[in-house]
Design a binder for this molecule. Sequence first.
Ligand code: FE2
Length: 200
Amino acid sequence: MTTTPGFHRLRDFVVAMTRLVDAHGCVEEALLEGARPLLAALIAEDDWLPERFAQPDATHYRQFLLHGDPLGRFSLVSFVWGPGQRTPVHDHSVWGLVGVLRGAEISVPYRRTGGTPALAAGTPARLTPRMIEAVSPVLGDIHEVSNAFDDRVSISIHLYGANIGAVRRHVFDPVSGAAKEFISGYSADVVPNLWSSAGR
Ligand SMILES: [Fe+2]
């Protein structure tokens, strides 16, 4: 499973991120500031993601847990987008950083209007490899994301300030503003073995 030559980068990231949450607890601003360069370093090279966690599904985007902090202070996920796949309009409820590893994705922010339609779309952002976008209830937490390509897979690496697969959050009807609660879970029951000899 860990035959990717740069696999140690994933363990290095987990170690550094664990130190960061040890130092800063749950202070969102400090964590976003400290985590961004760590995620940037991780996605600067595309030689570490095991193939098993980069496989698309024919019908739905996938979210593979790469590491979950035992205390639930952060989680790292690979999002694998098949051609043309997209999320509904959704929120996160916690801070998150999204960095693109392969391909490209389009993120459309939404804001509440207090009228009709209930949610208004902002300017779409095209995220390409090594670009990072932040989301949080403070910065703006509602968006819709899609693969920028109709003919190939894109992969982004997401870092969240909780075990995101277990967080209660929402999908929205942008016209009515109706919110539906969901818990995303993950697309696999296994995680990369950070402690194999291939990890260093
Ligand atoms: Fe999102």
